[in-house]
Design a protein around this ligand. Structure first.
Ligand code: DX5
Ligand code: ZN
Length: 211
């Protein structure tokens, strides 16, 4: 078994039947649910709000890994924490005091994540503070896109920085990930797979990390 966490992205499931999506995730053996939150400003799409997280919380004990693709995550992070999020990931590119926001998320008992778009060079002062570093495999905003292989060098960079600085953040990769790509990325340091369309098209393909 490959020792990685699978976090299926609920964005890829029928939003009129999300409890059905949760049941598919639970019966696959995955222990995390990735929740993509989009504001129509930071990305050209709109998805879920804090109420979805509080509703999901009533239906599952799985780990809620909330990805805030928001221009101003500082305005909403606390509401997602109060709604029951277990991890809150904000973008390095967001228009706020990212350092301060990571600290606030941590102070509220949540894992804090730093997401980095494909074209962005990680700010290693911020990477040091994060529990999770989320390397975007696609330009954020939509599921079903193709993984950008140039992101692999960033995953190796994050892996090398972690070991040479004796840090313990987890490396998550999000966007365009199917089982074959996930196996390759796990061999260069990825710890958490975020997968939406590939997972929901056939959850069994991810058995390699669930058995
Ligand atoms: C994209 C989201 C991803 C996406 C994953 O902005 O952050 O989580 O929903 O879906 P797939 O696996 O289909 O790319
Ligand atoms: Zn995401």
């Amino acid at each position: 078994m490959v020792n990685v966490v699978l976090a299926p992205s609920i964005l890829s499931y029928d939003s009129c039947d999300l409890v059905g999506g949760v049941k598919i995730i639970e019966s696959s053996g995955a222990r995390w649910i990735h929740v993509d939150v989009m504001d129509g400003h930071f990305v050209d799409n709109i998805s879920f709000g804090p109420k979805l997280v509080s509703d999901l919380r009533k239906h599952t004990n799985l780990f809620l890994d909330v990805h805030l693709m928001l221009e101003y995550p500082n305005k909403y992070a606390k509401r997602f924490i109060q709604a029951g999020a277990d991890a809150i990931t904000i973008h390095q590119e967001a228009n706020c005091d990212v350092r301060g926001q990571l600290r606030i998320i941590k102070e509220h008992g949540c894992l804090c994540g730093l997401a980095v778009n494909p074209e962005t060079v990680p700010n290693f002062e911020l990477v040091r503070l994060a529990d999770i570093v989320l390397a975007m495999g696609v330009f954020p905003g939509f599921g079903g896109q193709k993984f950008m292989p140039e992101v692999c060098s960033k995953i190796s960079l994050l892996h090398n920085f972690r070991s040479s600085n004796k840090l313990s953040y987890k490396i998550s990769v999000d966007g365009g990930i199917n089982a074959d790509i996930a196996k390759d990325l796990a061999s260069i340091g990825m710890d958490i797979i975020v997968s939406g369309s590939a997972f929901f098209s056939d959850p069994r393909t991810f058995q390699f990390c669930l058995s």
